[in-house]
Design a protein around this ligand. Structure first.
Ligand SMILES: NC(=O)c1ccc[n+]([C@@H]2O[C@H](COP(=O)([O-])OP(=O)(O)OC[C@H]3O[C@@H](n4cnc5c(N)ncnc54)[C@H](O)[C@@H]3O)[C@@H](O)[C@H]2O)c1
Length: 397
């Protein structure tokens, strides 16, 4: 059993506590930190948490707890993770790990130096659909992954600090791009070096300094492309979708809107429907199990199981650091309008893994493509080995 200090009683502190205290869990939140005494006391009562405090350091250093979960605004992650590492506790931090690659590196360093367990709480790589899809990719069902496209768009976040560039580190790129970049990295291969990025970003709607819409391409050493599409201007709820294309197959995932639960109500039922839903009337897309569907349940299973087995979880602070370095390059590219290199201390493979795809057709040709035509004929598009000319061979039905 792990005894937990939970930092934050906002949206994520609530989802995390729901997940940890769900399913008669053995792991329990024993201390809750909130800026507000009133909110802390109410939260502690609702979730049967024995202690609450408005003192961040005291919450982290509580003698009963062994794990600190950081669910605070982005500008407070470094302070909280540092205090937790210094207290010798396991530290689990929400996304993004930090506001910049440099800040993320300091967080990684302080935890590695202290020798404490660190887990990066990137829930969206733990959704049941994503875990199953990652398994299919690992089993070779898609061949070599060439393109992983990930989208998270909604009408904008729920608290003022997200919109303050100093506190958050940026807009939709930092808040949502961090998810999409890590989803694509998981599908393409975490051992493959992300090399450079091309990114467009703009502030289309909201009166803020940060970007509220962005699209980016992340190029990997083997030529694969991660594509992210993020927006705080999208209307219609929260759109979470991924597409993965490989040499042998394709996966499409839809995590939130139109997942198979569609409901119409003319009158509503007076409450919450799903995260970032814009209406509680008309056609609605409720979600049966939000904490499961968003990956929180499997994420905490992995974190605590890994802690018990003394091994690294699927996502740790090195992953959070890589994501921040990719996002740093995105900001540079959005400003320069050029491909920008990703600067990071790389620990993965140096092998580019780039191979040419040459399928043998016969002694004189490589096969480019085969297609069955509506009239029953089969067409083979071929490349001559000598000279490289492209030709076609037609086989009658
Ligand atoms: N899917 C996800 O993994 C996910 C989803 C939402 C948020 N997050 C992350 O969780 C962290 C917190 O986000 P949230 O949505 O819970 O935010 P929130 O605004 O709902 O809650 C923030 C919490 O931090 C506390 N806090 C302490 N000092 C604060 C300060 N100076 N200003 C504002 N709040 C302060 C607040 O009291 C509150 O308990 C962020 O890093 C965010 O990116 C992750």
């Amino acid at each position: 059993m792990h005894k937990i200090t939970m930092l934050g009683t906002g949206l994520i502190g609530l989802f995390y506590t729901m997940s940890i205290h769900g399913n008669r869990s053995r792991d329990q939140v024993k201390v809750i930190y909130s800026r507000s005494e009133e909110r802390g006391s109410k939260f502690a009562q609702e979730w049967n948490i024995p202690r609450y405090t408005t003192d961040l350091k005291a919450a982290i250093e509580d003698p009963e707890t062994d794990t600190v979960v950081v669910g605070l605004p982005n500008n407070l992650h470094e302070e909280a993770c540092t205090l937790a590492a210094q207290a010798g506790k396991a530290v689990l931090c929400t996304k993004p790990l930090a506001r910049t690659g440099a800040e993320a590196k300091r967080i990684l360093d302080v935890c590695e130096k202290a020798g404490v367990f660190h887990g990066y709480l990137e829930d969206l790589v733990y959704t049941p659909k994503t875990l199953k899809a990652l398994n299919s990719v690992a089993n070779g069902a898609l061949g070599k992954v060439l393109w992983a496209r990930s989208r998270e768009t909604h009408p904008g976040p729920h608290s003022s600090w997200f919109w303050d560039k100093e506190m958050s580190g940026g807009g939709a790129i930092i808040d949502l791009g961090c998810h999409c970049v890590e989803i694509a990295r998981n599908f393409i291969g975490k051992d493959l070096r992300p090399v450079e990025v091309m990114c467009w970003a703009d502030t289309q709607v909201h009166p803020i300094d940060a970007e509220d819409h962005s699209i980016g391409l992340v190029k990997y050493a083997n030529g694969a492309i991660g594509q992210f599409e993020v927006s705080w201007t999208f209307r219609g709820g929260m759109d979470l979708r991924d597409e993965v294309s490989g040499t042998e197959g394709t996966i499409w995932l839809n995590h939130w809107l139109r997942t198979g639960y569609e409901m119409f109500t003319a009158v509503g039922e007076g409450g919450y429907v799903a995260e970032k839903a814009e209406s509680d009337k008309g056609w609605l897309f409720p979600v049966g199990d939000e904490v499961g569907g968003l990956g929180y349940t499997e994420m905490f299973n992995d974190m605590f199981n890994s802690m018990d087995a003394n091994k690294k979880p699927r996502e740790d602070f090195y992953d959070g650091y890589v994501v921040n370095c990719i996002l740093d390059a995105c900001f540079k590219s959005a400003a320069s309008k050029q491909w920008e290199p990703i600067e990071l201390e790389w620990r993965g493979s140096e092998d580019a893994g780039k191979e040419a795809f040459m399928t043998e057709f016969d002694a004189d040709h490589f096969l480019i493509k085969e297609e069955k035509m509506p009239d029953g004929r089969t067409k083979y598009i071929l490349k001559e080995k000598a000279g490289g000319k492209v030709v076609q061979k037609v086989v009658e039905a």
